[in-house]
Design a protein around this ligand. Sequence first.
Ligand SMILES: [Zn+2]
Length: 376
Amino acid sequence: MDPTLKLTKELISRQSITPSDEGCQELIANRLEAINFKIEHMPFGDVKNLWASYGESGPLFVFLGHTDVVPAGPIEEWSNDPFSPSEKEGFLYGRGAADMKGSVAAFVTSIEDFISENGPKIKGRIGVLLTSDEEGPAVNGVVRVVEELNQRKEKINWCLVGEPTANKEIGDIIKIGRRGSIGCKIKILGVQGHIAYPHKAKNPIHLAAEAINDISNLSWKDKTGKFQDSVLQISNLNSGTGASNVIPGNLILDINVRYSPSTTTEEIRNSVENILDKHDLSYEIKWDQGGSPFLNTKTVLLDSVRTSIKSVTGISPEQTTDGGTSDGRFIAPTGAEVVELGPVNESIHKIDERIKAEDLSLLSKIYKAILKRLLT
Ligand SMILES: [Zn+2]
């Protein structure tokens, strides 16, 4: 059996729903230790993190990934048990097959091949950073390991994130940046009362109507040419007691903006709060800063990723910045060059998550070609 397929299966059969790891990192650590990686487990709270490194000097290349998976959802809707890997018509099924136990397995097999062919004479160092909290709050995961590495003055030069970036086939899309995310909860304050005595109450729905309309029209132009414009979205809007004869006391509004590096969180906060103030509303607001945006403007890793994809698959990848946030956001601020390349993302987080079995060895080959270009 193909070694990447075999290892992916072993990982899928461990039921590592965030923040649980279920021995996935131990398995990877054992494989890497056998080829002389230095292994460091860095647990924080209930989150497991693994930092494994090889080599003494020179530029540091890091594979970044996660061993946790999202819950399976209704198990009865799966064709097979999501945590018993199964193969059908050339596909491997199981939770995490594409996001992202397949890439984690390909990290390991590409490194094993690369080291056995090039041995200790490689020009640089290799690191593997894994967390069991990418799909969750991401508070005790990669961000904490990066803090620790920064304290040691450990500098990452190149970081390859194995998140599922491909659209139809491996290598057709890579990501060179990600948007940031910021949201808030707004509570518009009114005064509750009887619907028949509106002059004795203050209806927050009526008071907020125009402001909500103005807020829903907010957007900010991208000036990098690499991102979509930043558009505000309202995700929740709640008011009312359920009774038809009561004017509610308040209205609650949740908003989120996925923003490009052209926009600052300060601009976003000011725009929203200015609208609330302009409409003379009394309100409480609580902002929640998610990931910061990043954009790779360097070319060493990028060029080696592009030529490696081309040499293995014949494809010239499209470079995008869309989709959700990724843990790359914690590495980019250190000055490292960050590029994301992984499996086809069509089935991720869905029922019957799957990956084409042959894509696993393809991914391992591309990763190995990247290592070779950068480190020999
Ligand atoms: Zn993922």
